[in-house]
Design a protein around this ligand. Structure first.
Ligand code: SAH
Length: 287
């Protein structure tokens, strides 16, 4: 992927939406090919998400992605108000984009972009992630819920990260236990390449085995299995996830409106105890 610095100007697509639709719009713009997004509050209580594109974005594609994202998040199409486009100078956006990425502290972990200077405490574990390339920069509730659950429940041994994105969860596991045996997969080959590069940048590249694809009943089992996917992806593979788990299973990417469905499916798969944690409208199940 091109880094923002390579371009002299960018096409900024401004989308004004209800604050509740913020995540859905950010997701849709990334799916439509934006290389990054910046979100601000605007005057009338609306949220403005700006997507930065290298080339003029195709409005029909953006509209289709917005429609799909709103559907996934169960939001009415009226939650998106307006789209406007402008051409902007590289420097403006690069600076604003960099400023929009502040380090995030989650338990012992500090997730930070490569350019921020940090003075961590001795017990803190720093994870450097280049933002805007794949899902998993530490700002999303589901990633945060998973990191908290990993810190609480992972006691070393084997670890399997299903849907690794930037590799953040696998890298976190490697930082917690340097002797851990970690595997991570993603159906998106670009995500796997990014995750591998992030693992190397975090000096845990030789601890994690990455592969492109998903899991099946013949995949390696693990003491801790983590799957931060969406409920519609998790549900059909729930039995496989449970089968591959020797110790604990962490599931997220689930909206609180979907919790009953997931917990019922877990009961059907033979699981009796499920611990549910919540952040905003997102939940995480630990089995
Ligand atoms: N683990 C990261 C990223 C989660 S986003 C975090 O917690 O922040 C979910 C990722 O799962 C995406 O990168 C997507 O490409 C991948 N994915 C979607 N369906 C999948 C499947 N069936 N098997 C494996 N990966 C999948």
């Amino acid at each position: 992927m091109n880094t923002p610095a390579n371009n002299s100007s960018w096409h900024a697509l401004n989308v004004d939406a209800e604050p509740l639709a913020r995540e859905a719009v950010e997701y849709a713009l990334m799916e439509a090919g934006a290389l990054g997004t910046v979100t601000n509050e605007v005057d009338d209580g609306q949220t403005r998400v700006v997507g930065y594109f290298e080339n003029i974005p195709n409005r029909e594609k953006v509209r289709a992605e917005l429609f799909e994202a709103l559907r996934i998040y169960s939001l009415p199409s009226s939650s998106v108000r307006e789209m406007t486009m402008e051409l902007i100078d590289n420097r403006d956006w690069l600076e604003e984009w960099k400023k929009s990425w502040q380090p995030v502290v989650i338990g012992r972990f500090i997730i930070a972009p490569p350019w921020t200077e940090l003075t961590p405490d001795p017990e803190q574990l720093v994870i450097r992630i280049e933002p805007g390339m794949a899902f998993g920069t530490g700002t999303h509730e589901t990633t945060r819920l998973c990191l908290t659950a990993i810190e609480q429940h992972y006691q070393g041994g084997s670890f399997l990260d299903v849907g690794t994105g930037t590799g953040i969860l696998a890298i976190a596991a490697a930082k917690l236990f340097s002797s851990a045996n970690i595997e991570a997969c993603d159906v998106d080959a670009d995500a796997v390449a990014i995750a591998q590069a992030n693992a190397a940048d975090n000096e845990v590249g030789n601890q994690i085995k990455f592969w492109v694809g998903s899991i099946n009943d013949a995949s390696p089992s693990a003491d801790l299995v983590c799957a931060n996917l969406t409920a519609d992806v998790i549900l059909p593979m729930l039995r496989t996830l449970v089968n591959l788990t020797c110790g604990k299973l962490i599931l997220s990417g689930i909206l609180d409106t979907q919790v009953d469905e997931v917990v019922n499916a877990l009961h059907t798969a033979g699981v009796s105890e499920v611990q549910v944690t919540k952040d905003g409208e997102w939940i995480c199940c630990v089995v």
